[in-house]
Design a protein. Structure first.
Length: 364
């Protein structure tokens, strides 16, 4: 196509496609993917492997929430309930009903996606048509309702104790394929790569969604809803589409989380604390970026996993110094201080602020 005949929007899209594989972002993404791929072979500690995979899972979950908050501009306070639905369906099928096979595992994920999508559409149609603030309140109420159900229906959900279960054949922890590059390929390693692949596919689907015409309309609604209405768009309909898509992604990430930890409970899958964690990850990474979820999840998971060990480290470095020991006990204080510093110096999140700085330099 002759560039002289292109309108400004078409020229911008063409320039985006041309720079896709030459920008620093592309090489950074390749390095990040390579790190995730080699993690089981580089780090033999299960603790590190566990942290890395949780970063991967929560990156996809946070990105799905970013579609609602960052790209659509509506606030959901109950997005984690879809995560919980996915986790509990896997736990119920495998742990309670004893349907231990790949087919039933896939069926559990499919049912979770369908239930989450239908529930999200119903909530959206009844709340977004009035005002977006009702959507936040309704989603919070539904999340609390599902959390109560998970706690009370002990015959199905295991109550507060939750459900522990084992996965079939090659996904079983004690299954072994033998050794490769000096490491034993167990069912845990297979689960790691399976979940990595699923989360990568989910991330690519979300990128395609926000770059599609629907995604462009959503960003227009976020920036100026009245203008979008004046242009003839039914804004609530696009918001419902975004919400239902994000809820389906969240359900799959919940199923991945259950597959990895082999356990599901109200506290670990559908609670206000997890919702607050997701909000924190979005704020730290940056809204409206998708990739910000990776940094936000890494920040939260790494600090929570290793800051509590500060006391042991200080005791070994400075033995017999009580003041150092008392300082190291207050790891939550350091966590909060880190969060405040990030919000202060990166008001649009780390990734959002970095993108803004790079855009300014290009304009200059």
């Amino acid at each position: 196509m002759n560039q002289e005949t292109l309108n400004p929007v078409q020229a911008f899209r063409l320039k985006e496609r041309e720079d896709r594989f030459t920008s620093p972002y592309f090489f950074l993404k390749i390095l990040l993917l390579a790190f995730f791929l080699v993690t089981p072979f580089v780090f033999r500690s299960f603790e590190i492997l566990d942290v890395v995979l949780k970063i991967i899972i929560f990156s996809a979950l946070v990105a799905s929430y970013d579609i609602i908050l960052g790209y659509t501009g509506i606030v959901s306070l109950g997005h984690v309930m879809y995560f919980g639905i996915g986790a509990y369906l896997v736990g119920i099928f495998v742990g309670k009903l004893g349907l231990v096979s790949y087919g039933y595992l896939a069926l559990a994920v499919l049912i979770a996606v369908v239930i989450s999508g239908i529930l999200s559409v119903l909530i959206g149609f009844f709340s977004l048509r009035i005002r977006a603030i009702f959507f936040a309140m309704v989603t919070l109420a539904f999340m609390e309702f599902i959390s109560i159900l998970a706690s009370q229906l002990r015959f199905l959900t295991g109550g507060e104790d939750g459900i522990s279960f084992k996965l079939p054949h090659i996904l079983a922890i004690d299954y072994s394929f033998g050794r490769f590059l000096g490491i034993e390929i167990t069912g845990r390693i297979v689960s790691y790569y399976l979940i990595l692949f699923i989360c990568l596919v989910l991330f690519l689907l979300m990128l395609r969604f926000v770059q599609s015409p629907v995604g462009r309309v959503l960003q227009s609604i976020r920036d100026n809803e009245q203008r979008s209405i004046a242009l003839g768009y039914k804004t609530y309909l696009f918001q419902v589409i975004a919400s239902s898509f994000a809820s389906c992604v969240a359900a799959v990430t919940g199923a991945c989380f259950a597959i990895w930890v082999r356990y599901v409970s109200p506290d670990s899958s559908v609670s206000v604390s997890i919702m607050l964690d997701v909000l924190l990850m979005v704020i730290v990474g940056g809204m409206g970026t998708l990739y910000g979820g990776i940094f936000g999840a890494a920040f939260l998971m790494i600090t929570r996993a290793f800051l509590p060990k500060l006391q042991t480290l200080m005791a070994s470095l400075l033995p017999g110094v009580p003041f150092a020991a008392r300082l190291s006990e207050r790891w939550l204080f350091y966590f909060g201080l880190l969060f405040i510093l990030i919000v202060y110096f990166f008001p649009k999140g780390v990734v959002g602020t970095a993108q803004e700085m790079i855009s300014r330099k290009r304009e200059e």
